[in-house]
Design a protein around this ligand. Structure first.
Ligand code: PEP
Length: 253
């Protein structure tokens, strides 16, 4: 049985004290919750202060992106060791906003995936099709390309430490959600791909999260699907009450 993961992607929201307040509020609300792994991914500038605010709780910290090199002349970038020393256990890799707005490619996603694993961070690797690709029946082809690209040259031991997030681009921040059946079908496809590349045992270990306008009103039916092992939540993770409800729905609470 895979333990569900609910990850909050705060994107470019929450300044210093706001981030600490949100994290402290979540800590309070989630203190009796068991059986789900909760990850929050604040902006880089708040990682350390949020790390202190959740210290001693079960909430885990993640970065929203990283460079694949450990250090160097890469102005504006953040390294895996910087994330680790700020308290991160996870890092989001290849989010569609980074692919679309910051020239992230399957090759850089692969470099980041390999580097995060080398330094002991678990990557949350995002894949998903755009609307025109879904309408042209290309969803599986696109997702296959992204999954194979991200996992190129990895061994099954490393793959078992990763998390995949299926996030149809047309559902992110739009209020449109894939139906539970649509999402489950792509999740099954992703697990099948991982199984044929890295073996069934390895594929069964990997959490495949759904992302795209997940909110308290739709999380339960999505998270009840057999292949959906959690959620990557954007907008609704900025509201402590909504995020708490999504977390609780993942354990049928
Ligand atoms: C995301 O940022 O990964 C996301 C899914 O955003 P939202 O929940 O706002 O659609």
């Amino acid at each position: 049985m895979r333990t569900p993961i609910i990850a909050g992607n705060w994107k470019m929201h929450q300044t210093g004290q706001e981030a600490v307040d949100l994290a402290s509020g979540l800590r309070q609300r989630l203190k009796d919750v068991n059986g789900v792994r909760v990850v929050i991914c604040p902006p880089f500038t708040s990682l350390l202060s949020v790390s202190r605010a959740i210290e001693g709780s079960d909430i885990l910290l993640g970065g929203q992106n990283m460079h694949w090199e450990e250090k160097g002349a890469y102005t504006g970038e953040v390294s895996p060791t910087m994330l680790l020393t700020a308290g991160c256990k996870y890092v989001i890799v290849g989010h569609s906003e980074r692919r679309a707005l910051f020239s992230e490619t399957d090759d850089t996603v692969n470099l980041k995936t390999k580097s995060s694993l080398k330094f002991g961070l678990s990557p949350i690797i995002c894949v998903g099709e755009r609307l025109e690709q879904r309408e042209a029946n290309e969803t599986k082809e696109v997702v296959e390309h992204q999954v194979k690209g991200a996992f190129k040259d990895l061994n099954s031991e490393d793959v078992g430490k990763t998390v995949v997030a299926y996030e149809p681009v047309w559902a992110i921040g739009t209020g449109k959600t894939a139906t539970p059946e649509q999402a489950n079908e792509v999740h099954r496809f992703i697990r099948g791909l991982l199984s044929s590349e890295f073996g069934r045992e390895c594929a069964e270990e990997i959490n495949v999260l759904y992302g795209g306008s997940v909110k308290p009103e739709n999380s339960r039916e999505l998270l009840e699907m057999p292949e959906i092992d959690g959620a990557l939540v954007g907008g609704a993770s900025l509201d402590a009450q909504s995020f708490e409800k999504i977390v609780r729905s993942s354990i049928g609470d």
